[in-house]
Write a protein that binds this ligand. Structure first.
Ligand code: BGC
Length: 428
């Protein structure tokens, strides 16, 4: 039952601006809400009100002993109009970074986490090559204005999820359902990542900072054939994985654009990541191209299979592409009543600790319950809950468990008995 975490492994939490900050900032997600597209009708303008409550949230993290904090900046806030940065917003992020430094919590800054300013969206966003310089201007702004306070960066969060949900499945803004724009967006995001990787290194070096680490938060799933003996199922699993994640991670990491992706920017092959960023949640079981869930499997509230071994399987895939230290930039589960989150945490950390792969950091998704994109606020991933009336934060049992793991660098039998032993997953 008991185990120690690998020596030197750091533990933290992960968040994203649109999901926690609140405020009607004129982003594509504020607009998506106004179009009535959020399932439970909740408004990202409310979210967690972190924009106002950031001091308390940071203090609470420190109280729990959190060592790392991954967060993103809201592009629409920093650049309400093209080429016109908002000084007050820059200053507010700088204040937060200063407090993180004071509390000895190491920041990892994500530059793009799904949301775009509406002006960028209206220009065609990432579908058009002529627009990509706007993203690179944001990267430049971030490097210049936050560079003294942050040395670790994620250029883009889950480019495959962004491209497919927004342009192929049509569930996210701008709600398209076409293959070609999906592929163009993937290519353009790979281009943006590589250019941002170079830019961050170049800029920071010129500013005299040598300790820069840049990567991408890759979303990987295990794709398993429903019936492993069925060659069609096996082919579908392979193709789903290739089209959804493998081709794109290769382009982003190595500048190699395998079919059907094209290297329009004529980027040279290279090594475009300083760490392996992995967001891992689940396994898909397929009998056609796409998604599916294994029957009789442990599931979370969103019906995602809980499959801890997949954390190592996906990390290994990325590590084989390019051997770098592994940062689990997201891992967590949707569990409304905190009935099985501690077990989930325990089992994933156990897999990570038993592995010989070089896991260096683990960021739990998420610190607080928050705005879960098209699901709205009712899907709950947090270690901390938020009172919808008062906004008050309350640490859940899983949050106390995480704090205890941080304090002892592992899980004792006593901790297991207290937090995990009685928890069971739903099996459907
Ligand atoms: C995203 C997060 C999201 C989480 C849970 C990841 O795909 O990066 O923004 O909240 O998964 O769905």
């Amino acid at each position: 039952m008991a185990f120690l975490l690998p020596k030197g492994l750091l533990l933290g939490v992960s968040t994203a601006a649109t999901q926690i900050e609140g405020g009607d900032v004129n982003s594509n997600w504020n607009d998506w809400y106004k179009q009535g597209r959020i399932s439970d009708g909740t408004d990202p303008a409310t979210a967690n009100d972190h924009w106002q409550r950031w001091e308390r949230d940071t203090e609470l993290m420190a109280e729990l002993g959190i060592q790392l904090y991954r967060f993103s900046v809201e592009w629409a806030r920093l650049m309400p109009e093209p080429g016109q940065p908002d000084e007050a917003a820059i200053d507010r992020y700088r204040q937060e970074l200063l407090l993180l430094r004071e509390k000895k919590i190491r920041p990892l800054l994500t530059i793009h986490h799904f949301s775009n300013p509406l002006w960028f969206e209206k220009l065609g966003g990432f579908t058009r090559r002529e627009n990509l310089h706007y993203y690179l201007e944001l990267v430049e702004l971030v490097a210049e204005r936050f560079g003294a306070l942050v040395s670790d960066y994620i250029t883009i969060n889950e480019p495959n999820v962004y491209a497919t949900n927004s342009f192929f499945f049509g569930q996210w803004p701008p709600g398209e359902k076409k293959l070609l724009p999906t592929l163009r967006v993937m290519e353009n995001l790979a281009y943006c990542h590589i250019r941002a990787y170079e830019l961050l290194h170049r800029k920071r070096e010129a500013m005299g900072y040598g300790d820069t680490r840049v990567g991408c938060a890759n979303h990987l799933r295990v794709f398993a054939p429903k019936n492993p003996k069925n060659p069609w199922h096996r082919l579908c699993a392979m193709l789903s994985s290739y089209l959804f994640q493998d081709a794109l991670t290769k382009a982003m990491t190595l500048g190699e654009f395998p079919f059907p992706l094209r290297n329009f920017g004529k980027l040279p092959k290279g090594e475009y990541t300083d760490f392996i960023g992995l967001n891992y949640y689940t396994r898909s079981t397929v009998s056609s191209i796409g998604d599916g869930v294994r029957e009789n499997s442990p599931r979370n509230d969103l019906d995602w299979e809980i499959y801890p071994q997949g954390l190592e399987d996906c990390a290994r895939r990325l590590h084989q592409l390019l051997p770098r230290p592994i940062w689990v930039t997201e891992n967590g589960t949707c569990d409304r009543d905190d009935r099985f989150r501690s077990r989930y945490l325990y089992e994933h950390l156990q897999v990570l600790s038993a592995s010989e792969l070089p896991f260096e950091r683990y960021y739990h998704w998420c610190f607080c319950d928050n705005f879960e994109w098209v699901e709205g606020n009712s899907a709950r991933f947090g270690l901390v809950s938020i009172d919808p009336e008062t906004g008050e934060r309350q640490v859940k049992a899983s949050g106390r468990f995480y704090a205890a793991i941080l304090a002892r660098g592992g899980i004792s039998d006593e901790l297991y008995e207290k937090y995990v032993a009685e928890q069971e997953y739903d099996v459907r």
